[in-house]
Design a protein around this ligand. Structure first.
Ligand code: ARG
Length: 465
């Protein structure tokens, strides 16, 4: 750090400062190493502000032209990687403004008329996040499409449905996958709702109280595609609810991802053996030659932790902040950026990985068979013949006990033995004990019957386009 840079920094404030910032304070307070990511949003916001200043007669046409010219060059420098970011200039906003002034002189100094970094940064984060929200919404749809495509191949593939991770009733693999599609669909709804509140314009709030210049806030909002204006200047500069809400959305998506990842890990383990994953999503072991590990799924599960953590970080950041802007809010960026990166990468890779799942249908079916998954069907059969459900439950418990004793499935019990359990058990009883019969019987909206899964798949395809 040379003295020159400190002088720059002192100038960014005012002549009031008589001594340079210490190196430690500078390192502690600077954000440019991470917030330079907001550069494009910052330029977009500045151009919209300057255009409005010009339209309102607050800056002249030559200034407006110079600002456009300067910003175009800065944009090109950033894209080319030649822009020189200076820690001493603290953040992305001051870096860009200093460069603009170096390029175009006084016009650069007029840009900040009626604006503060407080409303500027709030605007930038919202603009940037809005773009990321749109990208994530599309990735969420891709994730759902991948699961729906896999489900479409497995509407009749029987697997055990579990409760307490104990075999409960047969379901189709399609039905199981479609449960995740429902979760991701709700995540999409939540994201669309968050977007509405992200998409409001803070500019015009200035430092905290609004400004005495006759700004046209609605014009800036229109230029930037914001749906509305933040209606209270104090709130506009201090509110980070939108980031917290987004993080809550992200935490929930990652929890859903984590559950799916956990199932993939389980299904691929030898005791389950329900699926295999394409080699490109697995890694080997440096010591055990036989190993193929589902690292991608494990990492997806693991990364949910950091996203949930960021939600805690952001919400705690806000707690206890008096109105209006406080420097604490500079701490919103790293967790938010990491959340976006993690969610995008994870959705992208899982959607891709879903295409690499090879289903071992016979193993799934055998597991359902072993678990007496059709016991409920036998009880339902008796109920339909007039036996109260609790009594039917008891009769079937005896049937399971006998089958366990013989080491066979319910469907393999000799008919005579079944019939001996209760007079209402007739020759047609074995029919309800098959896995496919059990599946097909649950033919109501939300049920696991193949016909229902096909209807759901059609609905999702229509919705996802
Ligand atoms: N880098 C700051 C942030 O991220 C920009 C706003 C600073 N405003 C101020 N008055 N110090 O929040």
């Amino acid at each position: 750090m040379n003295q020159n840079q400190f002088d720059n920094k002192a100038q960014a404030w005012s002549a009031l400062f008589s001594e340079p910032m210490s190196a430690l304070v500078q390192r502690y307070t600077t954000s440019v190493r991470f917030d330079q990511r907001l550069a494009q949003a910052d330029i977009e916001g500045s151009l919209a502000h300057a255009e409005m200043l010009h339209a309102q007669g607050l800056i002249g046409a030559p200034d407006w032209a110079a600002i456009q010219r300067g910003m175009a060059q800065i944009k090109a420098e950033i894209e080319a990687g030649t822009f020189v970011w200076q820690d001493a200039l603290e953040d992305v906003h001051l870096n860009l403004e200093a460069r603009l002034t170096a390029l175009v002189g006084d016009a650069g100094k007029r840009l900040h008329t009626g604006r503060s970094r407080n409303d500027q940064v709030a605007t930038d984060v919202r603009l940037w996040l809005r773009g990321e929200i749109d990208a994530i919404a599309e990735l969420l749809r891709q994730m759902q499409r991948a699961l729906v495509d896999l489900a479409a191949q497995h509407t009749e593939t029987v697997m055990p449905g579990f409760t307490h991770l104990q075999v409960a009733q047969p379901v189709s693999f399609a039905h199981h996958l479609l449960a995740y599609v429902e979760m991701f669909a709700r995540d999409g709804e939540r994201l669309a709702d968050v977007r509405k509140r992200v998409n409001r314009l803070p500019l015009g709030a200035a430092a905290l109280a609004g400004t005495s210049y006759p700004l046209d806030r609605a014009r800036v909002a229109r230029t930037l595609g914001f749906e509305g204006l933040c209606q209270n200047s104090l709130d506009a500069v201090s509110d980070r609810d939108f980031a917290i809400e987004f993080s809550a959305f992200a935490a929930l998506v990652m929890v859903h991802v984590s559950r799916l990842a956990e199932e993939i890990v389980l299904w691929m383990s030898q005791p389950f053996g329900f699926i295999d994953l394409a080699d490109r999503y697995c890694t080997g072991s440096s010591i055990m030659p036989q190993k193929r590990n589902p690292d991608v799924a494990e990492l997806a599960r693991g990364k949910s932790g950091r996203v949930v953590g960021h939600l805690m970080g952001l919400i705690t950041l806000m707690k206890g902040q008096p109105l209006a802007y406080n420097k604490d809010n500079q701490e919103d960026k790293e967790p938010l950026f990491d959340t976006v990166d993690t969610v995008k990468d994870t959705l992208r890779i899982l959607a891709e990985m879903a295409g690499g799942i090879r289903v071992k249908a016979p193993a799934m079916r055998a597991a359902a068979q072993r678990g007496y998954a059709t016991a409920t069907d036998l009880a339902d059969y008796l109920v339909k013949k007039g036996l109260p459900f609790r009594d039917a439950h008891e009769v079937v418990a005896h049937a399971v006990k006998q089958a366990l004793g013989r080491g066979v499935d319910l469907s393999e019990l000799p008919l005579a033995e079944l019939k001996a359990l209760h007079p209402l058990i007739g020759d047609d009883a074995p029919g309800v004990l098959t896995l496919d019969g059990s599946l097909a019987a649950r033919d109501l909206v939300g049920g696991t019957a193949p016909a229902q899964a096909r209807a759901q798949i059609a609905r999702h395809r229509e919705r996802l386009g």
